[in-house]
Design a protein around this ligand. Structure first.
Ligand code: AMP
Ligand code: ZN
Length: 492
């Protein structure tokens, strides 16, 4: 029986403002879409917090036995500076500043994004589609919305007609905003805009002659609006109606509100059952952000080269720090807080190491079943990782008491305790024991050096088939040998 049939997961749904029992549309299968980064700059730790939050959710769903299709996009066109409809594309602007092609910007920062998330031990999504790879799908959706009378074309741009949509739908259903309040808080159109109403948003923008990110469309050369890509890609890979849609809290309005409106206007479907929003990482009490410069980059954290931290921090410690807060709470980053996390992380890792050498007896004095269920209850309660971590520290205490002979455990129960600790610490929280991986690196280096000396021996015996075989097989694994005057060296 899969675990999800034994455990009752409850998820906070932004749409209802309540924790709801999680029931996927298809039994045993979950479709999850998370808004990915706009790849115009290095990801900061705040962005990483959101992706780590959804990695935790992905990992726990998988742990429960669900088969999850996790789609997370890359925004490589259409996101305008300041998240508005008029102005320069963020990627085009960065390309101008760095004096390279927009697609070079996309490539450079996508590689950085993948590299950083790998260091945080995030699992890759099942599909990672790009906005530029789905222009045709976006054009089709725009056409559908126009056909349903909820969008209009002006001078080669197409806008969503919010007021008309709101006559038979609820624009504001997700964010709780009222259209009248939005209108009174919006400046009058200044005559420069083609929009009929300031609340309308762009589905397609006409490209100026100098704009190189352009595609042909029924309305002339242009590029898609930012909100549209997520509607196109989520629908394409998860269907018109799917389980979970996530992103940072700052995307709730307008981005996700507009997504709902687009789906509804095109297909008549409410697209998502559970809307989930991760809260912000702050620095000095203010949201970490690319544009204000109030941020810290993961590489600055790992190298210790920054003005905030007293020393370098391992990626797993930073991940642990992030997971010590619930994903819906604001978390403030500081040297003091992360140093405390490092101590906690080390205590946890030491206890896990100690499990191997615990003496067993013929009875168990601790309530292992209750402790295990407490861990599940924490995660079942809207992925409450800080409570889970508190229970893991209970286990640390138990392990230390067993070590001191004040509690006892049988061989079978020690196996269960070890398995449960490993499942929650490594599989669900996704932590890595950095000491252990350094240890494994030492072992790997030893093995490669041994193969190099076997290759030298083969060469000395003129067994070139064997020496080439060793070199080629290592190369296949990504280990390059380099012969020099000083002997053979290698790189991973
Ligand atoms: P962007 O590349 O700006 O579209 O952001 C990528 C993701 O990071 C989005 O889901 C944002 O909501 C999220 N994000 C941006 N700033 C922060 C922050 N300070 N804390 C947590 N998440 C953030
Ligand atoms: Zn999105």
């Amino acid at each position: 029986m899969p675990l999800y049939q034994e455990q009752q997961l409850r998820v906070y749904n932004t749409l209802s403002g309540e924790k709801e029992v999680f029931t996927p549309i298809l039994d045993g299968k979950v479709g999850m879409y998370v808004c990915g980064p706009t790849v115009y700059n290095y990801v900061h730790l705040g962005n990483c917090r959101t992706f780590i939050s959804f990695d935790l959710i992905y990992r726990y769903l998988k742990h429960l036995g669900y088969s999850v299709r996790y789609v997370r996009n890359i925004t490589d066109v259409g996101h305008i500076v300041d998240d508005v409809d008029e102005g320069e594309d963020k990627i085009a602007k960065r390309a101008r500043i760095e004096q390279i092609e927009p697609m070079e910007i996309v490539q450079k920062y996508t590689i950085n994004f993948h590299n950083i998330l790998k260091q945080f031990n995030n699992l890759p999504p099942s599909i990672e589609p790009t906005a530029t790879g789905h222009i045709i799908d976006q054009i089709e959706i725009i056409q559908g919305i126009i056909d349903n009378g909820l969008a209009y074309e002006v001078n080669g741009s197409v806008y969503f007609d919010v007021e008309k949509y709101n006559q038979s739908n609820d624009y504001g259903i997700l964010s709780g905003r009222k259209i009248e309040d939005m209108l009174s808080n919006t400046r009058e159109l200044d005559g420069q805009s083609d929009k009929r109403n300031p609340l309308d948003f762009a589905l397609w923008k006409n490209a100026e002659p100098q704009h190189i990110m352009r595609w042909p469309s029924p309305w002339g050369d242009g590029f898609p609006g930012w909100h549209l890509e997520c509607t196109a890609m989520s629908t394409k890979y998860l269907g018109k109606h799917f389980d979970i849609h996530g992103g940072g809290m700052d995307l709730k309005f307008p981005h996700h509100e507009c997504e709902i409106a687009q789906n509804q206007a095109c297909t008549g479907n409410t697209p998502v059952n559970y809307w989930m929003h991760a809260n912000m990482l702050t620095l000095n009490g203010k949201k970490m952000s690319k544009s204000t410069g109030n941020n810290i980059l993961p590489d600055e954290l790992f190298s210790g080269e920054n003005n905030i931290l007293s020393k370098a921090i391992a990626p797993s410690v930073a991940r642990f720090f992030i997971l010590q807060a619930h994903y819906r709470s604001i978390l403030d980053f500081s040297d003091e807080a992360i140093m405390a996390s490092e101590k906690g992380f080390q205590r946890l890792m030491e206890a896990i190491k100690a499990l191997k050498d615990l003496k067993t007896s013929n009875n168990t004095s601790i309530d292992l079943a209750k402790w295990t269920q407490n861990c599940y209850d924490a995660m079942n309660d809207d992925f409450n990782s800080p409570i889970l971590i508190a229970h893991l520290f209970e286990a640390v205490k138990m392990i230390n008491l067993i070590k001191e002979g004040k509690e006892t455990i049988t061989k079978e129960d020690l196996e269960i305790l070890t398995q449960t600790m490993h499942a929650f610490v490594f599989d669900v929280l996704g932590l890595e024991n950095s000491e252990e991986s350094a240890n494994n690196n030492d072992k790997l280096e030893g093995v490669v050096n041994m193969l190099i000396s076997m290759r030298n021996e083969a060469r000395a015996n003129k067994d070139f088939a064997m020496s080439d075989h060793i070199r080629d097989e290592l190369a296949r694994l990504g280990i390059q040998l380099k012969d020099g005057k000083e002997g053979t060296s290698f790189t991973f």
